[in-house]
Design a protein around this ligand. Structure first.
Ligand SMILES: Nc1ncnc2c1ncn2[C@@H]1O[C@H](COP(=O)(O)OP(=O)(O)OP(=O)(O)O)[C@@H](O)[C@H]1O
Ligand SMILES: [Mg+2]
Length: 160
């Protein structure tokens, strides 16, 4: 059995909330990918316009697969880039989703600039993370974080 559950989705849709809750419920290990990128020195500069680190997704996917392979524990990997991991290393891919009005409110609360807000809303409108996850061959379950999250339903999707 592959030992990773990945949580992907547009920024602000609730990945961290879902991943941490799931880690608490299962006792599996939560992995904050931003910390992993810093620790493994995987970022290649800073995009000033987008105000985010530049990361090669394929390289990150491979590094995460290696982490999974060498870990004794089941990992819950929280990142909007986690679906770049090879499908064979992943048990279940959770894609968080949120209605646009609420997402806009959440991102505004963070003080996102107009262009960053637009990029993220477009990402959600076009289901970018969901489609990329499906195309990568992951077993996908979508979770709407504007409703009560059914963790039992998620647990049932995990391959034994
Ligand atoms: N199931 C939920 N019910 C209510 N509020 C939620 C839920 N999930 C997330 N939220 C709220 O939405 C906001 C964003 O959630 P969170 O930080 O988990 O998103 P994220 O996808 O991890 O974002 P990022 O990609 O920037 O790390 C938070 O304020 C959080 O409290
Ligand atoms: Mg997060």
């Amino acid at each position: 059995m592959a030992k990773a559950i990945i949580v992907t989705g547009t920024p602000g849709t609730g990945k961290t909330t879902v991943a941490i809750r799931l880690a608490k419920k299962t006792g599996w290990k939560y992995i904050d990918v931003n910390k992993f990128i810093a620790k493994e020195k995987l970022s290649e500069g800073y995009d000033r316009k987008k105000k985010c680190k530049i990361v090669d997704e394929t390289k990150l996917g491979k590094a995460l697969a290696k982490l999974v392979k060498t870990s004794k524990e089941t990992l819950i990997i929280d990142s909007h880039m986690s679906h770049y991991m090879p499908a064979k290393s992943v048990n279940l891919c959770i894609v968080t989703k949120c209605n646009l009005k609420l997402l806009k409110r959440r991102l505004k609360r963070r003080g996102y600039a107009e262009n960053k807000m637009k990029d993220n809303l477009e990402c959600e409108i076009f289901d970018t993370c969901l489609i990329e996850s499906q195309e990568a061959g992951h077993t996908v379950v979508t979770v709407e974080t504007d409703k009560k999250v059914d963790y039992d339903k998620i647990m049932k999707k995990i391959k034994k």
